[in-house]
Write a protein that binds this ligand. Structure first.
Ligand SMILES: CCCCC/C=C\C/C=C\C/C=C\C/C=C\CCCC(=O)SCCNC(=O)CCNC(=O)[C@H](O)C(C)(C)COP(=O)(O)OP(=O)(O)OC[C@H]1O[C@@H](n2cnc3c(N)ncnc32)[C@H](O)[C@@H]1OP(=O)(O)O
Length: 260
């Protein structure tokens, strides 16, 4: 009975939130930008994100936290997950648990129901839109990954296990899939540090192929910030760090004026 009441309350809240946000979008989108480029202007994106960003984009609630271990994770993936997860909480001399240097980031969940960029998709399709890296339902088939952030050192590390649907050269990971995980990790890093940001440039050097099914580490370091520009460098290495697979540099442009 209580569960039913909860479902009804949640459904009502979702309905009202949806009505409110689509109304706001309609009003925002009616205002034509002087350049005529009304869909993709920064001010437009900023207004939309400003009214809808209220909960932080990385949340462990809806619809599911994809960054948590599942049965497809190999022992190496679990070992590395534990290695970083254990450093997210430390014990003081008095035995209290306090926050450690690292933070596990819950998976990013899409926070907009309808976005202006999807103008050519029907509302039905748009409502189904998913983050590219989280769109394969079968566990272990695509991108299995978890990102940890170290705010003090301005670094992130991602433990990434590449599934069989990411094949490029036989038995190895597709270069586009590698670019995707690099973009996602550095994009997550930029967004966590400075708020929503878009990739302006991504330069990649592929040094050695990544065997399909293997677990690699994606290291992201924030090099510098110049105004709205966030410069990040990235290395993909074997899980023990001995082999360099890929290196990259990325430039992100912050969409908001203020950081959060
Ligand atoms: C739909 C928006 C979503 C935003 C994300 C929001 C939330 C995300 C939340 C969580 C993230 C979670 C996970 C992350 C997962 C994936 C991340 C994927 C990220 C992407 O996959 S994202 C798609 C690919 N990405 C694009 O589709 C961008 C297309 N592009 C543009 O939309 C514009 O181009 C933009 C906005 C980049 C800039 O436009 P703008 O009008 O705001 O700024 P402007 O042009 O004035 O540039 C300001 C200063 O940056 C310099 N600058 C600009 N571009 C440069 C370049 N390429 N090289 C060198 N310098 C550059 C200028 O020279 C100037 O420099 P200066 O100030 O010194 O003059």
């Amino acid at each position: 009975m209580l569960r039913h009441r909860l479902y009804i309350t949640r459904a009502l809240c979702q309905f009202m939130a949806c009505k409110l946000s689509t109304g706001l979008f309609r009003n925002i989108l009616k205002t034509k930008h002087p350049t005529g480029d009304m869909w993709y202007t920064r001010s437009c994106l900023q207004s939309i994100l400003a009214v809808t960003m209220a909960p932080r984009p990385f949340s462990s609630s809806q619809p599911r936290d994809y960054s948590l271990p599942n049965t497809s994770w190999s022992s190496e993936m679990l070992r590395l997950y534990e290695h970083y997860n254990i450093m997210c909480e430390v014990e003081t001399e008095r035995g209290d648990k306090i926050k450690g240097q690292w933070t596990r980031l819950p998976s990013y969940n899409r926070f907009l129901k309808y976005a202006p960029g999807g103008q050519y998709l029907s509302k039905l399709l748009l409502a189904k839109a998913r983050l590219f890296t989280r769109n394969i339902e079968e566990q272990g088939a695509g991108f299995e990954y978890v990102v940890f952030e170290n705010k003090q050192e301005k670094t992130c590390v991602c433990v990434f296990q590449a599934g069989h649907l990411l094949e490029g050269p036989p038995g190895h990971v597709h270069g586009g899939a590698i670019a995707t995980i690099i973009d996602s990790v550095t994009g997550t890093h930029a967004t966590c540090h400075s708020g929503p940001a878009m990739t302006a440039n991504l330069t990649i050097n592929y040094r050695s192929p990544i065997p399909l099914g293997s677990v690699v580490l994606v290291h992201s370091s924030l090099d510098k910030i110049e105004g709205r520009k966030i410069f990040i460098s990235c290395q993909v290495t074997s899980s023990d760090g001995s082999k360099l697979h890929t290196e990259a540099t990325a430039l992100f442009i912050r969409l908001f004026e203020t950081t959060y």
